[in-house]
Design a protein around this ligand. Structure first.
Ligand code: ADE
Length: 270
């Protein structure tokens, strides 16, 4: 072998992904981080997820993290001092992004998960009580994120939602990369229905085309059923999706079929 020769280096992964979670309830993360995809991603060294108790950054005997709201009213508010200290200890300069989980935040979705999956370091701040002192997200330039129009007891479960949705998009985490690409929302549509054995179960049949072995026909059926489901259940997604000529043709077929079904139902009623 020629001296000085080195094996060509495998294409370097862009960055190592790291998440630091700040919470008052670290135990809430134990189960979810130790199972399934999140566990495997950590075991493979593709992501580091560290969970920290916010009370570790208090300095009083009672480890107080909250206080009454100025102006009065019910509930307690998370104090800025321990949160700032914690974030300042964990932050790695401009490569870090702070995400504060709050129902007042920007709506989380597949697009945001894809963006977060590209970031080298994310600090997830879990709110509790009535929420954060408003100087926390402002002073830390945090991205405020909500997982939906529903109020949970705190940001822990939302943080787990963000972690799960994001980590599975980091290259190498899913065994079958294609499955992340065909997920609902990744294509802008809901997924087509899935079936497995047996072919007949309690009087319900698997659509015969799926048993035909005709891969072109199966792909067409799947696309059509994805379009049908999206049209029925999430017309808002359909109006934003980029559709091909074939998609439009399939949608026209669906419209004709549904109009036929409506007509049949009317005839049956009459
Ligand atoms: N904390 C409480 N409810 C929440 C929500 N919907 N999203 C993010 N954080 C929250």
């Amino acid at each position: 072998m020629r001296r000085g020769w080195r094996a060509p280096r495998r294409k370097e992964r862009r960055t190592l992904n790291r998440f630091d979670v700040l919470t008052l309830f670290p135990a809430m993360f134990q189960g979810p981080l130790q199972e399934s995809i999140l566990r495997r991603a950590q075991d493979k060294g593709l992501v580091t997820i560290a969970v920290h108790d916010l009370r570790d950054w208090t300095h009083d005997r009672h480890r107080v993290v909250d206080d009454v709201p100025y102006g009065g009213g019910a509930g307690m508010v998370l104090k800025p001092e321990p949160v700032f200290e914690a974030v300042e200890a964990l932050r790695q300069g401009p490569r870090s992004t702070v995400v504060a989980l709050t129902p007042q935040g920007l709506r989380f979705g597949q697009g945001m998960a894809l963006e977060l999956a590209r970031l080298p370091h994310v600090i997830l701040l879990c709110g509790r009580y009535e929420g954060f002192d408003d100087r926390i997200p402002r002073g830390l330039q945090a991205l405020e994120v909500s997982i939906g129009d529903v109020v949970l007891s705190g940001g822990e479960i939302p943080a787990l939602v963000v972690l799960d949705a994001t980590v599975r998009l980091i290259p190498g985490v899913l065994g079958d990369e294609a499955s992340a690409l065909s997920d609902s929302f990744a294509t802008g549509l809901l997924e087509h229905p899935h079936y497995t054995r047996p072919p007949r179960f309690r009087g319900m049949e698997v659509p015969p085309i799926l048993l035909s072995g005709d891969h072109r026909a199966i792909a067409r059926w799947r696309r059509k059923e994805a379009l049908r489901r999206t049209r029925q259940r999430r017309p808002d997604l359909l109006s934003r999706a980029s559709l091909s000529d074939l998609d439009r043709k399939l949608l026209a077929e669906i419209e004709r079929e549904d109009a036929g079904v409506a007509l049949e139902n009317r005839d049956e009623r009459d």
